[in-house]
Design a protein around this ligand. Sequence first.
Ligand SMILES: Cc1cc2nc3c(=O)[nH]c(=O)nc-3n(C[C@H](O)[C@H](O)[C@H](O)COP(=O)(O)OP(=O)(O)OC[C@H]3O[C@@H](n4cnc5c(N)ncnc54)[C@H](O)[C@@H]3O)c2cc1C
Length: 580
Amino acid sequence: ALYKNAADLPNVSYDFIVVGGGVGGSVLANRLTENPSTNVLVLEGGPSNEDAFETKVPFFVTRIPAQYTWNYTTTPQVGMHNAEVPFARGFVLGGSSSINGMFYTRGSSDDFDRYAEVTGDSGWSWNNVQTYFAKNEKWTPPADGHDTTGQYDPSVHSTTGINSYSLSGHHQALDPLVFQAGQELGGIFDFKLDYNDGTPLGLGWLQAAINGSHRSSAATSYLGPQFISRPNLHVLVNARVSRILQTGAGSTFQGVEYTQDINNGPLRSVSATKEVLLAAGVIGTPQILLNSGIGDSSYLSSVGIPPLVNLPSVGRNLTDQPTTGCLWNVRADADTFDPVFQEQNVLDDAMDEWNEDGTGPLVVTPIGEVVFFRLNETERANLGLPAGVDTAAGPNTPHLELAIGNGFVSPAPPPGRWLTISTNLVSATSRGSVTLDTTGGFNAFRAPHIDPAFYTTDWDIKAMREAVKAAKRFVSAPVFQNYVVEALGTLATAETDEEIEEYVRSNSGTTAHPVGTASMSPKGAQWGVVDPDLKMKGGIKGVRIVDASVFPYNPSMHTMAPTYVIAERGADLIKDTWNL
Ligand SMILES: Cc1cc2nc3c(=O)[nH]c(=O)nc-3n(C[C@H](O)[C@H](O)[C@H](O)COP(=O)(O)OP(=O)(O)OC[C@H]3O[C@@H](n4cnc5c(N)ncnc54)[C@H](O)[C@@H]3O)c2cc1C
């Protein structure tokens, strides 16, 4: 059941306590309670998704209310003229899958093969995780029921999983122009039938976590009514976890401290008879560990926290993918989606359509197509990389991405008609950190310092510069000659490398794909936070981490589907341990 009040919980002890009800946590909650004799408590910091209307309508992804996010901002980013940029994370059941862009991208085969190689566990290889993609995926017809032949490859999809994915359910007038531009330009813009087949390079239709007219999140799928009603599954919302607690001899941490009121308390505690499963995400998980005295001992001592276990990698290796917005004004009579947010009557009509028969412009995410592409060896050498060095996981893996939208991707487009291309650096080499903000004394609930260290390597700024050039080249295709009017802002005049780099530094943010703050590493390695079976290192017993923080490197695409895979396999590893 879903509980809003801790006093209503049936027990103070459960087989498993899952911290965080996002992507990782929801999968664990679902899979572990398949066995009716296993009981699970999920503690989620945010509210229930039930009444979070904007999280349900796919097109409202740009208007998610602040109450459903953690409202983080980064530390000043030296690579971005010291800007402090918003850093979204979901604060609601379903976690970031309730507020994200819904892109369904699995990553490349190289990405997973690198995870297998780096962790020394072949179970993470591309071939071996296919079963987990299949368990996750329920391929679903698009809302408009159009013929999808030639828009994806059915042979690489599953219809028997739990989370729904589909192609766009609403035709955009820009779609045929995008594919014509691809044909005209060729090369990196060659058509790719299905970027989820392990070899993602090319221009293809976006696949998204949408079920008909609704967002399909971890909360609506893995914690859907038929699952959350299991008598052995208990989900408490508005429950902010502060620490995990040492319970037994040695370094056994099977207690969890939390509160439903971060200002006035009380602090409560619950315990797990089998394991505590941390799934609080890339920011929440390292924060809870540091709060608990698990991290770099000298750092913890310096901020006044008694160190209990020395694990220096906690909170380090924060790896994100920056994004730069590129916008073009297009001809005034272009059929874009801008009027939906520019004219109240258009929005009203769209809402009626969505409510009445689940169709219309609101059933899609604002992005229609994506291009995943690489820089070849010569281009990489021109950017200063030594011969043979590649920042991506392998030859079928992108360095960069363009995401194309038929309008101004924002909640309030300015007057006019627009074309958006977001350029994403999916092979970033900058590494940042999550540390505690102990200004004025320790407070377990204060937002931590988040430093993704955007553009602090030469490769990152130069590679993104090349992505912006690629976006400019795309809109210069003949098909756009009488369509595109001019670029917005300084993009219009940015021509030289220096000018484009300056544009990037001044117009970037996060794709919200951070990973790496509690990385997997081989058993016995001196670095990393968890072993490949997701059990914590440092002699800690009773705790695993099952969320996006365990990726040692970013997948070269968006991170939701790879995180579902971490959690699906994680659930199997846990079941194996306990013979469930
Ligand atoms: C704005 C945005 C857009 C994105 N777009 C895409 C996209 O289009 N495609 C894609 O593939 N990926 C996308 N992502 C990334 C993707 O959503 C994440 O990689 C994925 O959700 C990570 O799963 P997780 O389980 O690690 O964390 P989350 O799903 O974020 O779950 C963590 C949960 O833990 C809870 N929590 C944290 N701290 C505590 C605490 N102390 N106590 C209790 N609960 C706590 C949080 O409230 C949250 O519910 C996006 C993310 C965001 C934020």
